[in-house]
Write a protein that binds this ligand. Structure first.
Ligand SMILES: CC(C)(COP(=O)(O)OP(=O)(O)OC[C@H]1O[C@@H](n2cnc3c(N)ncnc32)[C@H](O)[C@@H]1OP(=O)(O)O)[C@@H](O)C(=O)NCCC(=O)NCCS
Length: 158
């Protein structure tokens, strides 16, 4: 990632900008209460990327308890990437990779053992990003999105 780009934890002052980036980049949008709830509960995995003082991307996650995606381990803590986006002008500079790596370190602070996420099956950029980071496709969730598109559930051990 270029030196001009800095990663830091989200603060409530960032809310409107992050919500705007979410609306520009993704069809899955949420209320301000939803964004703030994730911040209050999981601040270590809520990260923004800044270039020349302007926020150009974010990642927000949740820690959940559930079954392992890799063999039988009983119930474990898993980090779930709820949303990640980088503004079009900031792409292909390693920002999303940096955000994912920062957030996955944060997941360890919550004792998460694995990370997982949903990605549209046609989202080649997203799938390539996660594969580069060592994620594998666990399964397909057919018709997962509200417009009927399938999701890949991708996961990785931390
Ligand atoms: C997916 C997204 C977050 C990637 O952000 P980014 O900052 O451009 O990604 P990075 O620069 O960190 O890319 C890291 C790696 O991911 C892969 N990648 C990223 N964008 C890619 C693309 N358009 N095509 C192919 N591979 C891509 C590459 O392997 C890349 O490494 P490289 O540049 O050395 O080849 C961004 O395109 C985006 O915001 N898209 C819209 C929102 C979205 O789809 N979010 C994910 C929903 S699950």
């Amino acid at each position: 990632m270029q030196n001009s780009i800095k990663l830091r934890k989200f603060t409530p002052n960032d809310l409107q900008t992050v919500m705007k980036i979410n609306r520009i980049c993704l069809p899955e949008n949420y209320s301000d209460a939803f964004f703030m709830d994730l911040y209050r509960r999981f601040p270590e995995t809520y990260i923004v990327a800044q270039e020349e003082g302007k926020i150009i991307g974010y990642i927000m996650c949740r820690i959940e308890v559930g079954l392992s995606n890799f063999g039988f381990e009983g119930l474990i803590r898993k980090g779930h990437v709820v949303s990640i986006a980088v503004l079009p002008n900031g792409r292909r500079k390693g920002v999303a990779q940096g955000l994912m790596e920062f957030a996955m370190k944060g997941m360890l602070n919550y004792k998460a053992k694995q990370c997982y996420l949903e990605v549209r099956a046609t989202n080649d950029a997203g799938v390539a990003l996660y594969k580069k980071l060592g994620f594998e496709i666990i399964r397909t969730s057919y018709g997962y999105y509200s417009d009927g598109e399938d999701a890949y559930i991708m996961g990785k051990k931390l």
